[in-house]
Design a protein around this ligand. Structure first.
Ligand code: PEP
Ligand code: MN
Length: 689
């Protein structure tokens, strides 16, 4: 054996000792993690202790002639690994469960793509093992598979330190009903890879994802006569180069992707700038709780009112609570020009009372607010040994993990925006046209036919509504009828007629939506969407309504308790949409003298338990014209914010609910009754137009 080979054998032996020592160290780390799991008072991470360890390493290294800088870098990685491993032990029930919980994770790209590599890295810290990693052509396709339950998670790149935010992903986070449950940062190290034996001088075509090509632009320009060719994925470009078998074509991808495709690295370090890092978010269909001792981030999505200073006000709530904002991103709302969706990343856990409190305040000033997720903060994880190199006082204040806040007994990790005890917050006001529904000094009338029957009928009904002082026009285009043989409504044509009548008389319109798949389209033209009594617990419908930026009029189910009505409203609020109006419309009792029994006590009960506006529908409760006005009057007295009442130009021929429709002369009586009552309650009634 030569001396050289001897030396190599020595190296191999030492390496194996290193690995074994590392494994032994990890075992102790895990034992400590188990103690931390069983004792919530122990902090997860102890900066002072870590600095001690560093000093020991560095001093000992120095004595042995090693660079403190490199020793520090190695230690940093060891500690990162330990911390992540401890986090997964924290939530692990027993040591085997990581192996027994096997999940499927999707990403955009081909095997070896940066997303794929990041999944491998991220799941070291998660209390589960990856059974399958599936690459998709697009982000949307991966999310489709998640929604179809073919996957448990999807990893999406959300921003890059050079290319910036990935707009497509931001858009999808708003559109899809997914929750961010974790994040990962990947240090992107592009290589130029070609067929075995290929030389740099041979390369005439470089193929890769357009973002990777941009990031290596200066390098490509130096390759004289070389053309750049875009491909859907970096790893996919490596596979295509291998398949093409042409020595003149090279790919830009990760070293791992090159290896998997059977390519050789022609050149490393080809990016124009160092510090090319991509942040990924892991999304799932359900949120996941994060132990408050784990340094975490919370991401929110909201719309601010369209007025001066509204965004600044929203941000102040966080500043006021001493919460650190790490990212603010705005995306345009295509359906409403010059309005924006804001995305915010905050340092902190949703269970932190300060964060919960600011969310509550924010909800009062936004039309739309959704917690996208709360997840471990991995992007500020120590990346450089320099953190400890100059150990001066500056370090004393840095990045200590927050002390575990007092745990609130919440049902889940999401903040329940709808509060059982709403006394501490202002009532919410839903603005629609000239009406401020829910404002203490206003009383809103919503009038119109049960169903839109034809142009003439709806035009005349709109004129009557306007004359009676209505601020919103109602009218059913899709009617949920108990019998399949009854008039089902004119459908989309009816909606067009209703909108036309509303525009003619200057009234916004409300109409009932029956199916989740119609929500988006209906939100395109109706000003407010109604959920009928028969659909109050149609959870798919409620979930869809949580996503739209239109107010929702939620009617109480015929056999629903007040608690169930609130839980139904919570679906919409939790989905992001804060503009919900509750409506008491009578419930089923043993009494048959009226169509339903108007539960007037629901109004003050709801007013005490929520901040949402409450209106009353006396028409469907009474089922009889003669009772509508007395019940309407009582609704004012009991504290309702408004009424929704059916009228018809010619009730005898009405196609739907003819017995309860008010006619022209009834409307005069209605106003005469309501005027003194609303005044007595300190409320203003909309003026006849
Ligand atoms: C309606 O308002 O048109 C309606 C159908 O009412 P409800 O859902 O309360 O029966
Ligand atoms: Mn009706």
């Amino acid at each position: 054996m030569t001396q050289f080979e001897d030396a190599r054998t020595d190296i191999d032996r030492i390496d194996s000792e290193l690995i074994r020592s590392l494994a032994a160290r990890m075992e102790v780390v895990r034992a400590i993690a188990a103690m931390k799991r069983d004792n919530p008072d122990l902090p997860l991470c102890n900066e002072a202790r870590e600095r001690d360890v560093f000093e020991k390493w560095s001093a000992e290294g120095k004595q042995l002639g090693l660079s403190p800088y490199f020793v520090g870098r190695i230690l940093r990685e060891v500690l990162n690994y330990s911390r992540r491993d401890q986090e997964s032990v924290l939530v692990r029930v027993d040591d085997d469960s990581k192996e027994t919980r096997k999940v499927r994770v999707g990403y955009q790209g081909a095997p070896g793509a940066y997303s794929d590599l990041a999944i491998e890295k991220l799941f070291i810290s998660r209390p589960m093992a990856v059974r399958e990693r599936a690459g998709f052509h697009s982000f949307a396709a991966a999310l489709d598979a998640l929604e179809a339950k073919d996957l448990d998670y999807v990893l999406l790149p959300i921003e890059n330190t050079i290319a910036g935010s990935i707009n497509d992903v931001y858009r999808l986070l708003a559109e899809r009903h997914v929750h961010i449950v974790d994040e990962e940062v990947w240090h992107v190290e592009h290589v130029l890879a070609g067929l075995p034996g290929a030389e740099l001088e041979d390369i005439s075509t470089v193929r890769s994802h357009v973002v990777a090509l941009q990031q290596c632009q200066a390098f490509i320009e130096e390759l004289v006569g070389c053309v750049a060719e875009s491909h859907y994925d970096t790893a996919g470009s490596a596979v295509s180069v291998a398949e093409a078998g042409q020595a003149g074509v090279a790919a830009i991808c990760s070293e791992e992707a090159a290896r998997r495709a059977g390519l050789e690295v022609i050149k490393r370090d080809i990016a124009d700038r160092p510090n090319n890092m991509t942040r990924f978010v892991l999304v799932a269909l359900a949120p996941e709780r994060v132990d408050p001792r784990v340094r975490s981030r919370t991401s929110l999505l909201f719309t601010a009112d369209h007025r001066r200073g509204a965004l600044a006000e929203c941000l102040q709530y966080f500043a006021g609570q001493g919460l650190n904002l790490c990212k603010l991103e705005s995306r345009p709302l295509p359906e409403t020009p010059w309005e924006y969706l804001f995305y915010i990343d905050l340092e902190g856990n949703v269970e932190d009372p300060r964060l919960a409190d600011s969310l509550k305040k924010l909800a009062e000033h936004t039309n739309h607010l959704r917690v996208l997720g709360c997840y471990p903060d991995r992007s500020t994880e120590g990346g450089s040994a320099n953190d400890w190199m100059d150990t001066d006082e500056a370090q004393e204040t840095s990045s200590a993990p927050p002390k575990a806040p007092a745990l609130k007994s919440t049902a889940g990790p999401l903040v329940t925006i709808l509060r059982e005890d709403s006394s501490e917050r202002e009532p919410s006001v839903v603005r629609i046209g000239t009406a401020n529904i829910g404002a203490r000094d206003e009383f809103t009338l919503i009038l119109g036919p049960c169903a839109v029957e034809n142009r003439e009928q709806v035009m005349e009904a709109a004129a009557m509504a306007r004359e009676a002082g209505a601020q919103v026009l109602r009218g059913g285009a899709f009617k949920p009828r108990s019998s399949p043989y009854s008039f089902q409504g004119l459908g989309w044509e009816g909606l067009d007629l209703l909108v036309e009548a509303g525009r003619t008389y200057g009234l916004p319109v409300v109409t009932e939506v029956l199916r989740p798949e119609d929500v988006q389209r209906m939100a395109g033209s109706a000003d407010m969407l109604q959920v009928g009594a028969r659909n109050m617990q149609n959870f798919a419908l409620l979930t869809e309504l949580g996503k739209v930026r239109r107010p929702v009029l939620l009617k109480r189910g015929m056999s629903a308790t007040i608690g169930e009505l609130l839980a139904a409203a919570e679906y919409i609020l939790a989905g992001g949409n804060q503009q919900v109006i509750l409506c008491e419309r009578g419930i089923r009792t043993f009494e048959t003298a009226t169509r339903a029994t108007l539960d007037l006590s629901a109004v003050p009960v709801l007013k005490a338990r929520t901040h949402l506006p409450v209106i009353v529908d006396p028409s469907h409760a009474a089922g009889r014209r003669d009772l509508v006005i007395p019940l309407a009057a009582s609704a004012v007295a009991v504290g309702a914010d408004g009424l929704i009442i059916e009228l018809h130009p010619n009730p005898e021929v009405a196609l739907c609910d003819k017995d309860q429709a008010l006619c022209r002369s009834d409307l005069e009586d209605l106003r005469a009754q309501l005027e003194p009552l609303t005044r007595a309650m300190g409320r203003r009634l909309g003026q006849p137009g």
